[in-house]
Design a protein around this ligand. Sequence first.
Ligand code: MTE
Length: 320
Amino acid sequence: MLIRSRPSWALPERLTTPEDVYMNRRQILAGMGLGAGLLVSGGTVQARAEGDPTADLYPAKRNEAFKLDRALTPEDVNAQYNNFYEFGGHKEIYKAAESMLKTRPWTVTFDGMVEEEKTVDFDTLIRAMAIEERLYRHRCVEAWSMTVPWTGFPLKALLDYARPLSSATYVRFETFMDPDMAPGQQQFFYPWPYVEGLTMAEAANDLSFVVTGAYGKPLRSQFGAPIRLATPWKYGFKSIKSIVKVTFTDERPKSFWEQLQAQEYGFWANVNPEVPHPRWSQATEQVLGTRDRVPTLLFNGYAEQVAGLYKGLEDEALYM
Ligand code: MTE
């Protein structure tokens, strides 16, 4: 079970794809004229964005309160290096996700401890929200990082929309379950569907963001279209993709990775360079699209906004 279920992304990046190999491959592909391929792929994406029923909402105004201290990761780098296990366990699942993920019709169900359970069409939901662009860091537990111009709305606005009972203490998110559409879900040793969770206090924090777009247009499939989370002070696996269900509960949700390997992946998963993963260091991170390896920051640089959430919880495994 351990060997079969060990996710490939749980290996240090330098073991799965040595940096030089990765960088060389990109240079070689560029030299082979893949630039043209990217243009074609960009054209396809553009065509899709134009056909997207929410395309008119983009680009949204940038919220200048959320800035970065480093360059944005180029879209083509970010869009071709993804974790989306529903479409495979390697980094280049973007083609599979782009061709197989069907994002319309798409509904989101709100249930559990709510005033009233409801299911809403995604296109109706997004038009009930005020969307904005934010520049966020993203730090994967595998020790690579990127920076992304996400578009979406505060998770707090989704909570207000869902109207949870005051007795709810956690919110649980679930990705779609459709093994015919997503072949990775035919791998029975994974505990599908993908699940993640936050405390209500974390969910209401201003940094918690519901993402519907990136790079000034509706979300591309590989990023977790049409609706995903971004919780940038936590390891990237908390940022669940392609959400279909939001459940309010008073029981701590057990996430996909925690069900698979609880000794390595916990509920909190806050970024901390001083707490290594059981199998590798978290002290530094490889910045995607560059040759830079930079120090990782506590809470991924967002300590000022989120450290207060964890007062009194010091006995918990906050950093795994
Ligand atoms: N959500 C789902 N449903 N399935 C996944 O495999 N991978 C997670 C997270 N959300 C994942 C997911 C991990 S490990 C990371 S690092 C980020 O998505 C990757 O987001 P990106 O592909 O947009 O970089």
